[in-house]
Design a protein around this ligand. Structure first.
Ligand code: 13P
Length: 252
């Protein structure tokens, strides 16, 4: 973690929690992380719980994010949610291209690119997820996969467009499996991603860009991961669902 990049600890609640459960957890999290100002804390509940969560975190340091969006502002797109709708629900961030969306909902690098564009137009900070599968790692294709995901996902953007972008490196084999990447594996991937950003957008942006690690982040591995120079935060799934557990990760 570099001193000039403020760490971001983001909780992806995936498809968990009813409205009241989400509000209850968020309320506890606000109290348990009160006073934290050297890092950012974010939660991304389901769409249905955004409004209830917003009410309990209002005025606090806890930030709100969506888990997905559609690239049109409005229209006949049954079941979809736009960037401006997320903004109106109190979101400042949106997770885009999570591997579960790529795997189960057929998102591609091209649709991810459109979604990032829509997020930027709506003034949402995209948390752009990338990462290789187990097979890709085993066949030594990690770097080529990351290269392709970054170049296609960020196609046709200027450095100004992506100045607030956050990238989340989430190796698919580490998500929900309890198998965390070692801090050395995370650092190696993050450094590579930063070099891709430097090639594409220049040194300045590469230096300020925050790269989060995601995949079985827990209380017992967060400090080690965060000690790496190119790990600037975490995208936490399962361990963010309980306020006490998540607060311990925030306070790593
Ligand atoms: P886990 O922390 O449950 O492995 O999930 C990681 C993740 O997918 C966050 O987006």
């Amino acid at each position: 973690m570099e001193q000039n990049r403020k760490p971001l600890i983001a909780g992806n609640w995936k498809m968990f929690k009813t409205c009241s459960e989400a509000a209850d957890t968020a309320e506890k999290l606000v109290k348990l992380t009160a006073g934290v100002n050297d890092r950012e804390v974010l939660i991304a509940p389901t769409f249905t719980a955004l409004s209830d969560v917003r009410n309990v975190i209002k005025g606090s340091h806890v930030l709100l994010g969506g888990q997905n969006l559609f690239w049109e502002n409005e229209g006949a797109y049954t079941g979809e949610i736009s960037g401006q709708m997320l903004v109106s629900a109190g979101c400042s961030h949106v997770i885009i291209g999570h591997s579960e969306r790529r795997q189960y909902f057929f998102e591609t690098d091209e649709t991810v690119n459109k979604k990032i564009k829509a997020a930027i137009q709506s003034k949402l900070i995209p948390i752009f997820c990338i990462g290789e599968s187990e097979k890709e790692r085993e066949s030594k294709n990690t770097f080529s996969v990351l290269d392709k995901q970054v170049s296609k996902g960020l196609k046709d953007f200027s450095s100004d467009d992506v100045k607030e972008l956050v990238i989340a490196y989430e190796p698919v084999w580490a998500i929900g499996t309890g198998k965390t990447a070692t801090s050395a594996q995370a650092q190696e991937a993050h450094l590579f991603i930063r070099s891709l950003i430097e090639k594409k957008f220049g040194k300045m942006l590469a230096k300020s860009l925050r790269i989060l690690y995601g995949g079985s982040v827990k209380q017992n591995n967060i400090a080690e991961l965060m000690s790496m120079p190119d790990v600037d935060g975490a995208l936490v799934g399962g361990a963010s669902l309980d306020a006490e557990t998540y607060a311990k990760i925030v306070h790593f």
